[in-house]
Design a protein around this ligand. Structure first.
Ligand code: BG6
Length: 489
């Protein structure tokens, strides 16, 4: 037959990520007719399960798009019928061979493409890749492998991981996922900058005072303490999600929208950045307390976290890009768990208007009246620009108002989950939103010395109450560069 088949194999199928994100994203793609006609989904994990049990497990987390409920149940049933399960050890060649045989049974067409999603802990990553000969590039279609972070824990281990993977896979097969790159507003960053005349000319040290990249969660590590404790917030969020946004934000105009052109520019920015210094980072860890009859736990109350853990659950850092566009502009990064709010934002604070005619109307605090562009990545996706405006009336009073693009009022279409976009891209072979190995290397180079120093010197994180705004030290750090943190809106 002339047809092309696609097998999507989720290795680590019973894990949280697979259940909460990967299967629902695959279903959403199916629902929207983005998957090819002949596809099957295989779950692979250690637990014993039948196909029926896998289907039942997946069905708990599948959801329908709100705007089209009618045929959802039928679609769900059809999707589940394409899902199969194979139980096996991650380091067993034999078990992977059995999987390979099952895949071959379904691959009856001329071309058989395979997309593996390795949703497994990093310590068994390489063992799985080594054992799974079915991952090797095939002549009868492509084989691609999506790998989840963490990609190592410092420069050295990351390089080792890359080298081990490359014994079995070629770089073109490896899709390193950073799901923040799949978020709608992160994807929109380049559109905003490069297709609007009003932004790009302002995008430099000449007009921008500082840029803030903020990630905040209002819950703790809940259930993930074991993983989190050996990584911490710098490795979990800052070195990847926030740094990737920074690179996209600050890169020069790429030659084209081609994946290599974009990633070339991102690498250049990362390589132009100054290695983070220990004086330019503040770390924190949440501590429990009781408030309003409710008790909030400390990080170290997590049963998987040692009582004397120094792992940061909060970090704020000041970073600099030593190139002509960004010389001396502080890029302030902040990431924390168990804070007072949940959200992710990019805040761009502009300089003062020189010799502002309305200076007198602003009072003494000029800082409060500079323009600010806020890109709210989540929740309630929005882009707004704070401007000074005359309060209508006969007097001359000014206030700050927002030019506001709120997605929920402007667009009726639901925003797809980041994993949908990234899975679809991997299926189409689009690499733009995946991390190339040199990017990864450059990203680790910025953080490795500081991570080593903090760990070798056993630097104690500043404790902050669960649900607060984080350690006070973060404000001193910002003040050192004449910056005031914007508050998540
Ligand atoms: C993951 C981190 O990469 O991103 C988690 O490991 C974090 O610690 C999560 O909670 C946040 O993702 P999102 O899409 O919910 O903001």
């Amino acid at each position: 037959q002339n047809k092309t088949t696609l097998s999507i194999i989720v290795v680590g199928a019973s894990g949280d990520l697979a259940k909460k994100k990967i299967f629902p994203a695959l279903f959403a793609l199916y629902y929207e007719d983005f998957l090819p006609e002949h596809f099957t989904v295989f779950g692979y994990a250690r637990s014993k399960m039948t196909d029926g049990e896998l289907r039942n497990m997946i069905s708990q987390t599948l959801t329908c798009r709100i705007d089209k409920r009618e045929n959802c149940n039928d679609k769900m049933e059809q999707f589940l019928q394409r899902c199969f399960y194979h139980s096996g050890q991650y380091g067993s060649e034999e078990n992977f061979k059995e999987l390979d045989d099952k895949l071959k049974e379904k691959e009856t067409g001329k071309l058989a493409n395979r997309l593996f999603y390795l949703s497994i802990p990093p310590d068994i990553f390489v063992a799985a890749v080594k054992s799974a000969s079915c991952l090797a590039a095939s002549q009868f279609g492509w084989t691609r492998v999506i790998v989840e972070k963490p990609f190592g824990r410092d420069s050295e281990s990351s390089r080792e991981l890359t080298a081990s993977l490359k014994k079995y896979l070629i770089e073109e097969q490896i899709f390193r996922i950073d799901h923040y790159l799949g978020k709608e507003l992160v994807e929109n960053l380049s559109v905003l900058r490069f297709s609007n005349l009003v932004f790009e000319p302002l995008w430099s040290r000449q007009y921008i005072r500082n840029v803030q990249l903020i990630f905040s969660e209002d819950f703790g590590t809940e259930g993930r303490g074991g993983y989190f404790d050996s990584y911490g917030i710098i490795r979990d969020i800052m070195q990847n999600h926030l740094l990737q946004i920074l690179a996209l934000f600050a890169m020069e105009t790429p030659v084209s929208l081609d994946a290599e052109d974009i990633r070339n520019e991102k690498v250049k920015v990362l390589r132009s950045m100054r290695t983070l210094q220990v004086d330019d980072i503040v770390i924190g860890q949440y501590k429990g307390h009781s408030k309003g009859g409710k008790t909030y736990p400390s990080y170290t109350d997590d049963p998987q976290v040692p009582n004397n853990s120094l792992t940061p659950t909060f970090a704020a850092a000041a970073m600099f890009i030593d190139n002509s566009r960004w010389d001396s502009v502080p890029f302030l990064l902040k990431a924390g768990k168990a804070l007072h709010s949940k959200g992710a934002e990019i805040r761009v604070q502009f300089r003062h208007v020189p010799g502002n005619l309305y200076r007198r109307n602003f009072g003494t605090d000029l800082d409060k009246n500079t323009n600010e562009l806020v890109i709210r990545v989540q929740p309630n996706e929005a882009i707004y620009l704070k401007i000074n405006n005359k309060i209508p009336g006969l007097g001359m009073r000014l206030d700050r108002s927002n030019l506001n693009l709120l997605y929920s009022t402007k667009y009726t279409k639901e925003i797809p989950d980041a994993y949908e976009r990234l899975l679809l891209d991997a299926i189409s072979g689009e690499r733009r939103l995946f991390i190339r190995s040199d990017e990864l290397d450059a990203a680790w180079a910025l953080f490795t010395p500081v991570l080593k120093e903090l760990e070798e010197k056993h630097v104690a994180p500043e404790l902050y109450p669960y649900g607060s705004r984080g350690p006070v030290g973060a404000h001193y750090l910002a003040a050192k560069y004449n910056v005031r943190w914007g508050d998540l809106s």
